[in-house]
Design a protein around this ligand. Structure first.
Ligand code: PLP
Ligand code: COI
Length: 366
């Protein structure tokens, strides 16, 4: 394993950005970065071709890419991505949370989109390289450096077949709250018209196309005064799947928690971590289908105490209200519940190296 890591490291040609943003400007940008608007000085680029495999790995100044108008991704959307974070630790270093899980999921997404599988160690080294060179961009306090590894088909051709060439990149973006205004709880809109993922489709893969298909229902959510859209299953239009960019958890009056089962949803790393943390604490957890009508009935009867969304960008965000064409319902008192608060604290303490890490989830970033 150590040999592989060394080999991956040696492959990178590092060319620091000669026009990096000044320390003063960076400090201003880090004051309130929001989500996905501010970017660091560098990017990682690795090329792939069927003939050569992975080659020309470099860390270089972040800059626009020049691509041919017939580049295959622009036509058939052969693109996948990951979302992960580097956290500032108290000793001034930076750590990654379960980066190996992101590397594995990236390979699973690649498989579904008929793309080459990047070696796990090369993916991890690419991530470590960007955090290392852009280490001054890792926010302290509540924020984190959001990392976006992604890959797309770059062959110039219009044939409908897998591209024979790819670009793998990692960009980095200091991030605060995903939801503007750092609300206590968000309001979500049930999409009756559209679904996100059908059995046999790409729901479990993190591909750009899934998000493109979610933009119209997300816009409808916003038009109805909501922050996010929640999708129901594509077959019966009855079972709660997930949000446009987060998984969902339900907390009941007997202290148990439930989350929809894997299949068509994205297998969230936050979801998996919370299931583990909850089990460790002796909380009864299940991964069972949950119907929209049951959700409403349980919220109204008080059997359901809390609902929260979770993901890398959203961390844990309580859901206060659900709106739909069939009427709205409130969850609990509409604010953040104690279980969501407690799990959020436990998770973020582990992620930032402020609590014991019994599962070995946290790794030094450089
Ligand atoms: N579901 C969707 C559709 C997502 O985009 C995300 C975010 O990555 C998640 C769930 C949560 O996944 P994770 O916890 O791995 O960030
Ligand atoms: C993430 O949490 O990493 C995601 O990709 C979700 C996206 C909506 C920003």
């Amino acid at each position: 394993m150590e040999e592989t890591a060394k080999a991956a490291k040696q492959q990178f040609n590092v060319r620091p950005n000669a026009q990096a943003i000044s320390a003063a400007e960076r400090a201003t940008l880090l004051e309130d970065p929001g989500f996905g608007r501010v970017f660091t000085d560098h990017m990682v680029v690795i090329k792939y071709s069927d003939d050569r495999g992975w080659y020309d790995a470099e860390v270089t100044a972040r800059a626009p890419l020049s691509i041919d108008p017939a580049c295959s991704v622009l036509h058939y959307a052969q693109e996948i991505f990951e979302g992960m974070k580097a956290y500032r630790t108290q000793d001034g270093g930076a750590v990654l949370f379960r980066p190996d899980a992101n590397a594995r999921r990236f390979r699973q997404s690649a498989e579904r989109l008929a793309m080459p599988l990047i070696p796990e160690e090369l993916f991890l080294e690419a991530v470590r390289q960007i955090v290392s060179i852009d280490r001054d961009w890792v926010p302290s306090g509540e924020g984190a450096l959001y990392l976006r590894p992604f890959m797309f088909g770059s062959e110039v051709m219009l044939g409908v077949r897998p591209s024979s060439e790819y670009l793998f990149l990692v960009i980095a973006s200091p991030a605060g709250n995903y939801f503007k205004g750092g609300k206590d709880a968000v309001t979500i809109w049930v999409s009756n018209d559209y679904t996100r993922a059908a059995p046999g489709g790409t729901g479990a893969a993190k591909c750009g196309g899934n998000y493109a298909a979610g933009l119209l229902p997300q816009a409808q959510a916003v038009a109805n005064g909501c922050d996010q859209v929640v999708f129901l299953d594509a077959v019966e239009r009855r079972w709660v799947d997930e949000l446009g960019g987060m998984n969902l958890f339900f907390v009941f009056d007997d202290g148990s928690i439930n989350t929809p089962p894997l299949g068509t949803i994205l297998p969230g790393i936050t979801r998996d971590s919370l299931l583990t943390i909850a089990r460790d604490r002796g909380i009864k957890v299940s991964e069972s289908p949950y119907a929209i009508d049951q959700w409403r009935a349980d919220a109204e009867s008080g059997r359901l105490r809390e609902t929260f969304a979770c993901g890398t960008a959203a961390v844990i965000t309580p859901v206060g209200e659900v709106r739909s064409v069939d009427g709205n319902f409130k969850i609990g008192d509409g604010g953040a519940g104690p279980v969501a608060k407690e799990l959020r604290k436990t998770l973020t303490d582990i992620q930032r190296g402020n609590a014991p890490d019994p599962h070995g989830w946290v790794q030094k970033a450089y």
